[in-house]
Every structure is written in structure tokens, then in C-alpha cells.
Design a protein around this ligand. Sequence first.
Ligand code: HEM
Length: 467
Amino acid sequence: WRPKNFPPGPIILPILGNILELSLENPLKDFERLRKIHGNVYSLYIGSKPAVVINGYKAMKEALMSNEFAGRPQDLFVNDTTQRKGVILADYGTSWKEHRRFALMTLRNFGLGKDSMEERIHGEIQYVIKTLEKSIGSTLSPQVMFHNASSNIICQVLFGTRYEYDDMFIKTIVQCFTENAKIANGPWAMLYDSFPLIRNLPLPFMKAFKNVETCQKIAKRLLAEHKSTRVPGEPRDFVDCYFDEMDKRGEDSESSFSEGQLSMYALDLHFAGTDTTSNTLLTGFLYLMGHPHIQERCQQEIDTVLEGKEKATFNDRNNMPYMQAVIHEVQRVANTVPLSVPHCTTKDTELMGYSIPRGTLIIPNLTSLLNEEGQWKFPNEFNPENFLNDQGEFVKPEAFMPFSTGPRMCLGEGLARMELFLIMVTLLRKFKFTWPEEAGEPDYTPVYGVTLTPKPYRMKIEARATE
Ligand code: HEM
């Protein structure tokens, strides 16, 4: 039975709870169906575990802005795979707070908001351009290229180095993480969460544990290398900064900073920064190929604003309202992290008049905002007008929250936005991307996971005439 004044929801079955209501392959449509029946705040039982699903701008804002919704559940599949370390899944408390603050500060010190991060991103774009140039006049599958490019940008911040696109390090890590992003929201993880008794059985979810172990080994090797070559007080990258911070804290046994934390923390940031950005880029180029007139309008604006300039800077966005609108529209339709990351209540609390006890699993359905009726001029089509006013100026509706909001909001937003802008503008300036005729019609239906991924596709590359 639901606790008193708990949000409503479908009838709860013994043992199963409500999992029969959800497609284990892709529950997004079910979440929407249940919203229509039970309203914007409703509850579901995953096995015997109660969960509250939050939908729509109003309820989402009220919940996510509050510290009382800023916890993370600690008893899910994803917690077991990541050994309860790192920042993304850390519960609300000192360790999370300190690690979050440290990440924001270190990202800033390593050049976000200064030119050096732009330089690094442009440096990586040169490799993307080289890859694309080899395919001029033919077609190319961009998946691995965009994954590797996003991975390298964050690797340079974390480890001070980039990797060749065929390097084993990058191949292994990117593969493990893309696999885990699918397993973690997949049917086996749902069964793992619903039925604790099956957790030690040799079922397909075991692959995710293996993948994390593989990545941990690689990360530990990198940390050991850093330790032996670092000069204290002269950090080369994020990992060095972390060691400096550990030195500063000395033998303080209360300190939440430790080498054990660091390897998972670095992997956390690497994963968060890779799968998200690259899938957004993949969606962007897919839609721009399917809407050639929009691609051309971007190119006109880029040519005009950058005329005579060697390369784009992040500040150029202020003179490119159309490009800005397109990138935001890409993020809106990409819906890259459709259910955000699970939250958890830190206290007995209330939402939209309902009572929610401490420790309740909260599922922020970000999907419900990005196409919410009443919030968008064209909720159900790809149309940059969603972000333009009558004067053609860029405007950002409040319901645009692909990075979530509140104390748990994505801490990589600044970096992600810089990457999306510089990569898309630079590539569109140099190349024309067309959907290969022989591939039939583009299929925009994404593959479900923690992140939504476009189905694999190929793009035809042509060089544009340069000034
Ligand atoms: C288009 C790209 C990206 C999107 C759409 C995205 C989206 C999100 C979302 C929805 C969350 C969950 C927030 C919540 O729980 O309320 C999140 C968390 C997070 N993101 Fe991103 N993200 C992106 C890029 C990045 C990048 C480049 C980094 C790397 C620095 C990053 C690092 C993180 C971290 C560390 C968290 C956990 C924050 C916490 O729990 O306190 N993200 N992101």
C-alpha cells in the first residue's frame, strides 16, 4: 500500500510492484502514459521499492531546486557497479559537496572561461577535420569519431593527454562505458533493482561489473604514472590537482579525498563528459542532414560572422542567434539524458501537496519538459523557431533543462556548451553533410539507455568552398 498522502499511481502487485507497467526495453512511453492517467507527480513500485516520477516544468522546478530532493539512492544496480565512489552517484553530504566544488573549481582553473579550454577543443577538432577530410566524396560513420573527440577533450583536462583514435586505452574505455550506459537502464538492471535475490546470479548484468573493473585497472595505472612524475604544487591536470589537495589535507582521517575515490571520480567525469556530448553531436548532425535548409542557414550565418577570421571563439555565439537556436533545438530533440540521474529525498518532504518520505527514489522525467505542451511553439518537430523570438533573437524558454537544475545540476554544462558550439560551427563551416541517398529515409528514433543514442548512420562528406 502507498503511504498516506503519497502520490497516486497504478495498482501495486505483490512482489512485482508496478514493473509490468513498464517496458523493460524502453519505458519512456509508459512514463508518459502514466502521467496522462495520474498527473505530473505519481508513484510506481519497482518491485517493493517505492519511486516517485516527476513530470512537467512546474513540479520539476519545485523539486529539483530543493536540497530535500538532492540525494542519490544508494541501493541500485548503478551504485553496486560503481562501488559507491565518485561524484555522480554520491549521496547528498560532505564528500559529494567537496568533490563537486573541487570539480567546478578545477575545471575553471584549467581554462573554462579562459582561452585555454577553447584552444584544447580546437586542437581536438583538427583531428576530427583530418578524419572527415579522408572521407570527402564518400561516406563515413561518425559514432566512434565523436565519441573519441569528446573523450579526448575531457582526457586532456583529467590526465593532461589525448589519445590517437585507434589507441587501445580510448577504445577500451569508450566501449566499456557505452555498453554500461545501455546496461544500466536496461531490462537486466531493472530486474536487479526489483529482485535483490537474483543479484549474485551469473546473469547478463555481470558484464557491467567487469567493464567497471577493466576501466578501474586502466585508471589506476594512469594514477600511478601521475604519482611518479608529478611535481607537488605544479599541477599539469585534474589528477595532479587532486593529489595536491590530498597533500594539503594531510593525514586528516576525516577527509573525503583519497586515492580510492580518485580513480572512480576520474572515470565518472570521463563518462559524464563523453557519452553525453558525443550523442548530442550525433543527433545534431543527423537532424542537420535531414533538414538541409536549416544546415544551409547555419552556414550562411557562420560565413557572415566569421568572415576573415581563422576560427570561431565561444564568444561568437552572441552574434549567431540562429546557430544558438539550432544547437539548443538539437539538445531539446536529442533529450540526451531522458530520465536525468535518479535522485532521492534527503528528508520527509512535500511536493505539489503530496507527502514523500525520506529516502524515496525520485525519477526526474526530463523528457516530459523537453516536449511539454504549452512550453514550446513547436513541441513535436525539429524547429529552431522554438528558440527564436519574432525579431529573430535567441531566447531560451524556461522548460529547457537538458542539464537538469538545482544543486545536482550537471557540473559540466559550461564545458559541454563550449564543445557543442565550437565543434558544430567549425565543422559546418568546412563541410557540407548530406544523408546518403542509398540509406533510405533517416530514422530519428533513438536507442534507449541512460543516454539516448541515435541509431548508427553514415554521412556523406563534401568540402565547402572556403573564402
Ligand atoms: C550535452 C552534454 C551533457 C548533458 C546533456 C548532461 C546532462 C546531465 C544531467 C541531466 C545530469 C543529472 C543532473 C541531476 O541529477 O539533476 C548531469 C550530471 C552530471 N554531469 Fe552532465 N551533461 C552533459 C555533459 C557533461 C560534461 C561534459 C561533464 C564533464 C565535466 C559532465 C559532468 C556531470 C557530472 C559530474 C554530473 C553529476 C553532478 C552531481 O551529481 O552533483 N556532464 N549531467
